[in-house]
Design a protein around this ligand. Structure first.
Ligand SMILES: Nc1ncnc2c1ncn2[C@@H]1O[C@H](COP(=O)(O)OP(=O)(O)O)[C@@H](O)[C@H]1O
Ligand SMILES: [Mg+2]
Length: 254
């Protein structure tokens, strides 16, 4: 079993797109029945990437308050990825859910275990930006954290805060892996190239060897409610995501 948390300090950097697209790419390599995604972001957007458009269906938030087993609430998708949406919830449900998460630090790991997904399952978890009870849960049970960055000064500026957080966590979870992933790289932009160079110097081998280029197919795929690999299989972003998924599978197997 491999649990992968997708996180960032900033919003809008591509966490949800990357979670969905990587999950679909990993599923296309590993085959059906292996990959699940969990949406732990109250924005409740992840399921859109998989064509699950019935937006009033409840999900992890509401169902967890009723102590449902995740195995029974995961929705199959046509992309061989089982999807647990956050659910639309109301403010009271969200608050009750967040209180539950604050009270039970190992709740997420326990739910994943209870779902009985099998030893060779891969679970990717999408999170809201910045510190939250959701992120704490992911830090408590993940095998690896993928930190999504844009190749810009704004993302660069968030690294010290993320690093100090990872430092704190490493006392509790010395085995927790972490890697930075660059998204929306535009190699025709000198500034983007400079930031990539700077990040390579700063992060060394903790920067994933493959970045995801800026590619409008990523946004278009969401409009068509598909992972980019299904929408534009031969495009630049699909190529990057496919390579990144191979790298990730190898990293998890090491
Ligand atoms: N590689 C990319 N190329 C072009 N647009 C992208 C790329 N990755 C994400 N986007 C777009 O950026 C926006 C934010 O992405 P999203 O995944 O919702 O970020 P987050 O979950 O971090 O808030 C979306 O409109 C998405 O389509
Ligand atoms: Mg998101």
């Amino acid at each position: 079993m491999s649990v992968i948390g997708i996180v960032s300090m900033k919003g809008g950097v591509g966490k949800t797109s990357t979670t969905a697209n990587l999950a679909a790419a990993i599923a296309s390599k590993l085959g059906p029945g292996r990959v699940s995604v969990v949406d732990l972001d109250p924005q409740n957007a992840l399921h859109w990437h998989f064509g699950l458009d019935t937006s009033d269906l409840s999900g992890v938030c509401e169902q967890s308050l009723e102590d449902m087993n995740w195995r029974d609430i995961a929705e199959p998708t046509q992309f061989d990825v089982a999807c647990l949406r956050y659910g639309p919830g109301n403010e009271a449900d969200r608050e009750a859910f967040e209180t539950l998460l604050a009270d039970e630090p190992n709740w997420l790991g326990h739910q994943i275990e209870r779902a009985g997904l099998g030893d060779n399952a891969v679970v990717l978890i999408d999170t809201p930006p910045g510190p939250s009870v959701y992120l704490k849960q992911v830090f408590a049970c993940a095998d690896i954290i993928l930190i999504v960055l844009l190749a810009d000064a704004g993302s660069y500026a968030t690294i010290p805060a993320m690093e100090s957080w990872l430092d704190d966590i490493s006392d509790l979870r010395p085995d927790l892996g972490n890697m930075y992933i660059l998204n929306q790289v535009d190699t025709s932009e000198p500034l983007s190239r400079d930031v990539v160079d700077l990040l390579r110097q700063h992060l060394g081998r903790r920067l994933a060897p493959i970045g995801i280029h800026s590619d409008e197919a990523v946004s278009e795929a969401l409009a068509f409610q598909q992972p980019v690999l299904a929408y534009d299989p031969h495009g630049q972003a699909s190529h990057d995501i496919a390579r990144l998924s191979t790298w990730l599978i190898d990293t998890l197997n090491q």
